[in-house]
Write a protein that binds this ligand. Structure first.
Ligand code: C2E
Ligand code: CA
Ligand code: CA
Ligand code: CA
Length: 277
């Protein structure tokens, strides 16, 4: 087969070279982004479904790239992981989120707790616990206000080292949430061993509520499992009233999603000046 009169392998090779060059470029820029303070944190509200009030926020990183604009994490977190930069990104996020939390609290506008996403790299290098200690010492934030979100696949990377660090964090008073629950490879046996505070139901299961019989069954099973294990359960990606109604009716504790609010910069979540009435 030919394309434009040239053999197709030549076309694909050019494509690959372009892709590879783009990735190299992006990688080099990303390496500098942390130092140049180009990363920014957005915060998404998490609501308590029993009281209807704000329970906490999840911090979600973005890359404010000069000229290019705002790059979503899906476009640079995987690259950061491959390049060995993710531990630096996550370490920065941890510091920034806790500093912001303390700034809010000093103004009397605390959003409850702050959740931070942590990838497997920080675990594997045994860096998580020292970084958490450092950040708590620097900011003076209470450990119980910090929630660490980990995915099943991050834990499965190095289960024993992950477990050891998570146990020590638990003793320290930091809360642990299992992110994207139901999408990983974890066994229920492992679930039992983790010092968890919360399960986060992946948005892939919430999307089909309340119509999909399969999604209904899975969400009900996760809510029940969480409660039987003495854990809180949070539904991610809630976009509609009908999804919310189903979750409330079946005892889900917490929810986040566009229905409540998109991730926004700190100054949008809590504007600096009180709004005039
Ligand atoms: P995640 O931790 O599962 O975060 C939830 C994602 O769903 C976020 O995407 C959020 O903006 C999006 N989302 C929230 N509500 C809704 C909704 O109602 N509908 C839909 N369709 N989406 C919703 P975002 O911010 O693009 O982050 C994507 C992923 O990037 C995160 O998934 C997380 O795995 C990763 N990530 C974000 N920040 C960090 C970080 O600081 N460190 C690490 N290691 N990973 C991060
Ligand atoms: Ca998360
Ligand atoms: Ca998630
Ligand atoms: Ca996810």
């Amino acid at each position: 087969a030919t394309r434009g009169g040239r053999p197709s392998f030549a076309f694909y090779t050019e494509e690959l070279t372009l892709q590879a060059r783009h990735r190299l470029e992006l990688g080099a820029a990303l390496r500098l982004a942390v130092e140049r303070k180009e990363l920014v944190l957005y915060y998404q509200p998490i609501h308590d479904l029993r009281t209807g009030s704000l329970a906490g926020v999840e911090s979600l990183v973005r890359w404010q790239r000069p000229v290019h604009g705002l790059v979503p994490p899906g476009e640079f977190i995987p690259l950061a992981e491959e390049m060995g930069l993710i531990d630096r990104v996550d370490a920065w996020v941890m510091g920034e989120a806790c500093a912001q939390m303390q700034a809010w609290r000093q103004r009397g506008v605390s959003p409850g707790f702050v959740a931070v996403n942590v990838s497997s790299r920080l675990f594997g290098g045994d860096m998580l616990l020292p970084r958490v200690e450092e950040v708590l010492a620097q900011t003076g934030m209470d450990a119980s206000l910090l929630e660490i979100e980990v995915t099943e696949s991050a834990i499965m990377d190095q289960p024993d080292r992950a477990l050891a660090q998570l146990d020590r964090l638990h003793v320290r008073g930091v809360r642990l949430a299992l992110d994207d629950f139901g999408t990983g490879y974890s066994s229920l046996l492992r679930l039992k061993l983790l010092p968890l505070h919360k399960l986060k139901i992946d948005q892939g299961f919430v999307r089909g509520l309340p119509d999909s019989q399969g999604d209904r069954a899975i969400v009900l099973a996760i809510i029940s499992l969480a409660h039987q294990l003495g854990l809180k359960v949070l539904a991610e990606g809630v976009e509609t009233q009908a999804q919310l109604d189903f979750l409330v009716a079946h005892g889900c504790d917490l929810a986040q999603g566009y229905f409540f609010g998109r991730p926004v910069p700190a100054g949008v979540l809590f504007p600096d000046e009180p709004l005039a009435h």
